[in-house]
Design a protein around this ligand. Structure first.
Ligand SMILES: [Zn+2]
Length: 283
């Protein structure tokens, strides 16, 4: 039995390379830290040759803006996460930045050529309680407006807030391209998202044994609307749940996507890769 913080073995490489739609390389959950270079190299070896690096607090957004200029495998997304925005709004953020200053910095970082998405933004009713809700909604709306202004895709974080996320998007009007990162709804919600033109990105959660509803959602989503991600270092796919995650393991989730979609793995990889490049532009 591997130690809980031990790195899982490298997965078998995919037949056609695919991008990881959402990862946090600035975070490393392993017992023995692995460098960003090592984790990128492992990903490339597994057929995950491009990654969208998501910086969703002030510090990691700054890190992301710099990292994407150093690593050709990375494009970036920046935002104030729905659990970060209320802390800025309350004036208690460790950075000392109030919400307006923090959001202005995100908006400035988002203008760099290799920052290709606004995210992750949305609503999180799991980790932020009622007192932070108004600030979350206000920040979500600001990020929607910013994505439209810069004509960038929006990456949505939706945790236990499906109805309100869909409602805010409908009321404000979603940006041209809206992607649900780590989609967590059921088949009915997936159909609704597809009808509205949104994209669904599936994380390791879709490989979990008990994830029947999530696989049901994937099964009703046209493959052309599907992306794959790790959300590393979180949400490590089966059979390595509990171990640290890294972009290489998107290869395991990609295999599950092909299996649930009922198509050959190389075809699934080609479609998902083409979709991801269409959305973010070429690396
Ligand atoms: Zn994330």
């Amino acid at each position: 039995m591997a130690r809980p913080g031990a790195w899982p073995p490298e997965p078998a490489p995919l037949p056609v390379p695919v991008p990881d739609n959402h990862t946090h390389l600035e975070s490393d959950a392993g017992d023995e830290p692995r460098s960003v270079e090592r984790r990128i190299a492992d990903a490339v070896a597994a057929g995950i040759d491009r990654m969208v690096q998501v910086g969703c607090d002030i510090e990691s957004a700054r890190w992301t803006a710099e990292a994407v200029t150093r690593h050709p495998e990375l494009l970036g997304a920046v935002a104030l996460h729905p659990n970060e925005a209320p802390v800025h709004a309350a004036g208690t953020h460790a950075s000392g930045l109030g919400y307006d200053e923090a959001f202005a910095e995100i908006a400035a970082l988002a203008r760099a050529p290799r920052i290709r998405a606004i995210g992750e933004t949305g609503l999180d009713y799991f980790r932020t309680d009622e007192t932070g809700r108004d600030a979350q909604i206000a920040a979500f709306r600001d990020h929607i407006a910013l994505a439209k202004e810069l004509d960038l895709p929006l990456q949505i974080h939706d945790r236990d807030a499906h109805a309100d996320v869909l409602d805010v998007l409908a009321r404000d009007g979603a940006p041209t391209t809206t992607v649900f990162h780590c989609f967590s709804g059921d088949a009915a919600m997936a159909r609704l998202c597809v009808d509205r033109g949104y994209y669904l990105s599936f994380a390791g959660t879709v490989t979990f044994k008990n994830a029947h509803d999530l696989r049901g959602a994937l099964a009703v989503t046209p493959l052309e609307r599907v992306m794959v991600e790790t959300d590393a270092p979180y949400l490590t796919p089966h059979p390595h749940r509990g171990a640290p995650n890294s972009p290489a393991l998107a290869a395991l989730t990609m295999r599950e996507i092909a299996r649930v979609a009922g198509v050959a793995l190389d075809h699934a990889c080609e479609v998902v890769s083409a979709t991801t490049e269409r959305i973010y532009g070429s690396w």
